[in-house]
Design a protein around this ligand. Structure first.
Ligand SMILES: [Fe+2]
Ligand SMILES: [Fe+2]
Length: 346
């Protein structure tokens, strides 16, 4: 939202007028958007967590012990589901499981660092009184806690994981700079990081009966707060798309699935060093990400909510639909956010 947009929309919202350049419909839309932000602000005050105050890291049950089978990857993790992984010794499965979980946390915190830097830059150019300012700061504060929490988890697990691939580390200082000239692209990228990690964490929490409590606590806190962040990203994209002209909107509809697909790999697919570290055959990696039937299914499952957003906001058109299909991320559309996959399939 540009400075002028906010002033214009706010003035219309206040007066309910049809002043030149802005309509009552703009004012109503702005009011709806700010109401949603108010709800999220209240949520941030009433339900937020502290990385150290709310997780008892030193409790006896949190100890990291050797050969702990709770680190074995469940079948909802694409690596955990593959026969190659299941054929490894228990010790090896634990070792791979710990590396994998720690690395997802590390990539997650790298994404959150990008979000914070871009979000701060974005809100700092808003005028006094802009409703997005306060929410942006709430979300940044929550992401600071997530970064501390994820890094503490990695440190305590004692696995020296690299996080995202090299190219991602090189571009990550530049990505936040896009948040002011290209806020829609920036928030699409944020959503592309948040959706897959949230999907993976929720699936693990739902399906695994025995998780290490340190890991389970960190994931539970993250899933609880991420729901708010994802809601905001969805509403932000919808709201700002409506301001766009046809050509820009069409370009966004093409950019949208590409950003989703590229960043999903960064989050879900381990970097090259994983293959070297555990001698994973290349064919196995290719099957898991995403040549096998299970791989394909997971890839489309992750984006069910995002397809709903694309449908609702007019980002799905005959051309972009082809692109979704070519990128192998087309499929069923959620009826509501976080609709369980089994319910959708039924
Ligand atoms: Fe987060
Ligand atoms: Fe987040």
């Amino acid at each position: 939202m540009t400075l002028m947009d906010i002033r214009s929309a706010r003035s219309v919202a206040k007066k309910g007028s049809t002043r030149k350049g802005a309509s009552t419909a703009d004012g109503e839309r702005f009011n709806e958007f700010t109401d949603m932000i108010d709800t999220l602000n209240k949520g941030s005050v009433n339900r937020s967590f502290d990385a150290y105050g709310d997780i008892d890291w030193d409790a006896p049950e949190m100890k990291i012990i050797e050969n702990d089978e709770r680190w074995i990857l469940p079948a909802v993790d694409p690596i955990g589901k593959h026969p190659w992984y299941q054929s490894q010794t228990k010790e090896r499965q634990i070792e791979i499981g710990m590396w994998r979980q720690a690395n997802v946390a590390k990539v997650g915190l790298e994404f959150e660092a990008i979000l914070i830097r871009g979000m701060i830059q974005y809100v700092m150019q808003l005028p006094n009184g802009a409703p997005e300012f306060r929410y942006g700061m709430h979300e940044s504060k929550e992401e600071c806690n997530h970064i501390m929490m994820f890094q503490e988890l990695v440190n305590r697990m004692g696995v020296d994981v690299p996080g995202g691939p090299r190219w991602f580390k090189i571009v990550s200082p530049l990505v936040p700079l896009a948040s002011t000239p290209l806020p829609l692209t920036f928030f699409t990228g944020i959503l592309a990081g948040e959706e897959p990690i949230d999907h993976l964490q929720k699936s693990i929490l739902r399906s695994a009966d025995q998780l290490h409590p340190m890991f389970a606590n960190v994931m539970a806190v993250h899933v609880a707060e991420e729901a708010r962040h994802i809601s905001y990203a969805h509403e932000f994209i919808k709201y700002h798309l409506k301001e766009m002209g046809k050509a820009k909107k069409f370009m966004s509809s093409l950019m949208f699935p590409i950003v989703m697909r590229v960043l999903c790999d960064v989050i879900v697919k381990p970097p090259k060093s994983f293959r070297k570290e555990f001698d994973v055959p290349k064919e196995v990696m290719d099957e898991i990400f995403w040549d096998s039937e299970d791989g394909r299914a997971l890839l489309t499952e992750v984006f069910a909510d995002v397809r709903m957003l694309a449908n609702d906001s007019g980002l799905m058109n005959p051309v972009s639909r082809k692109l979704w299909r070519a990128l192998k991320i087309d499929g069923k559309v959620s009826r509501y956010r976080s609709q369980p996959h089994e319910e959708m399939a039924a």
